[in-house]
Design a protein around this ligand. Structure first.
Ligand code: SF4
Ligand code: SF4
Length: 334
């Protein structure tokens, strides 16, 4: 008789994602166990979080995953003898608001923000993160020494509590920040974190020209973003800056724009760029049934070659890398 496999998920064990209303375990584009479907500033407890995590990991360990969303998730792996349920979280995603100061055509948050473009810093439409963060520390749910906080905009400057949240993390203990921002507004605190080697900064520029930027982002802020990048690139730890190019159909999916983007990054002194693809393909399309546009293969190869030529490192989100290797570069059977 075939032995039942036992599974484990490091995301579920280590990650806490605080999104709009929902607080859940993984932010992999899949849907794992949920702690709060609609969080409304409730008082939290250690036991509440631990029991949900323990229950979910025990189900994975039992191997009964046929009806779970985890079943086809690329984060699922076989359980090892030394895998233990962690009492704390090592990675926290903070993305509990949707207001933004631009309107990217590919925005996955657009349904929630209803396309409203906000210039002034605002409160989250859902809940305040700062009181929740204080409770998470108080309940010893965060691994102070090894914790990474991934704060994800829009422009993080649009969130009123951005700076107090960063300060609270620093006060209580954190290893580092991953800051994802559209970089329209310069934030001195981000430069300070970069200088302290306490942060990685990720931003999507997606182009090398003002015209294409406007087509994708629907605001005329290309020059601001480039100037801000130049300021951050003064940091001695500028190797922690990663600038993304998300391929968007009929907007920036051409060789010329990619060449201009890489040239611009080289002139600013950016060391790392990221190749990505519109989320409609990465997260919401069955690529076995609906293939990626055929020219994406050549665009990826051009992107890669340009990076090599300029001595810039090419990075990819594991999910995109999986798509590039298994769909874009897949060899036809002979
Ligand atoms: S296996 Fe995937 S869907 Fe399930 S908890 Fe892990 S990351 Fe989430
Ligand atoms: S910067 Fe982010 S949140 Fe803002 S519109 Fe673009 S994708 Fe959406």
């Amino acid at each position: 008789m075939e032995e039942t496999k036992s599974y484990f998920c490091d995301e579920l064990n280590n990650v806490l994602s605080c999104m709009n209303e929902k607080i859940f375990s993984c932010c992999s584009g899949q849907s794992g166990p949920v702690y709060y479907e609609k969080y409304k500033n409730e008082k939290i407890s250690f036991d509440y979080f631990y029991k949900i995590k323990e229950h979910a990991l025990n189900i994975l360990a039992s191997g009964c995953i046929d009806n779970l969303p985890c079943k086809n998730c690329f984060n699922l792996r076989e359980k090892k003898a030394n895998d233990e349920i962690s009492k704390t979280y090592k990675w926290i995603n903070v993305s509990h608001w949707t207001a933004c100061n631009c309107g990217c055509t590919y925005c996955a948050r657009m349904n929630d923000s209803k396309g409203v473009i906000t210039q002034k810093p605002v409160k989250s439409e859902y809940y305040d993160f700062l009181p929740l963060l204080k409770q998470l520390y108080k309940n010893e749910l965060l691994d102070r020494e090894n914790l990474t906080a991934c704060i994800q905009g829009g422009d993080i400057s649009v969130l009123k509590e951005f700076k107090p949240v960063v300060q609270e993390f620093l006060k209580n203990g954190i290893k580092e920040f991953h800051i994802l921002t559209n970089n329209i507004t310069y934030q001195p605190i981000i430069k300070d974190l970069l200088d302290m080697n306490k942060a990685a900064l990720v931003t999507s520029l997606d182009c090398g020209t003002r015209e294409t930027y406007y087509k994708i982002k629907r605001v005329d802020k290309f020059n601001d973003c480039v100037n801000n990048l130049r300021k951050y690139a003064q940091s001695p730890h500028k190797d922690r800056i990663n600038v993304k190019y998300i391929l968007v159909e009929n907007k920036n999916d051409n060789i010329e724009e990619i060449t201009k983007f890489i040239e611009l990054m080289s002139s600013i002194g950016i060391f790392v760029v990221e190749f990505s693809i519109d989320y409609k393909y990465v997260l919401f399309t069955d690529l076995d049934k609906t293939p990626l546009p055929a020219h994406y293969k050549d665009l990826f190869i051009h992107f890669k070659n340009q990076c090599e030529e300029k001595g810039i490192s090419l990075s990819m989100w594991p999910r995109v890398e999986h798509i590039v290797n298994n769909y874009l570069l897949k060899k036809e059977p002979v």
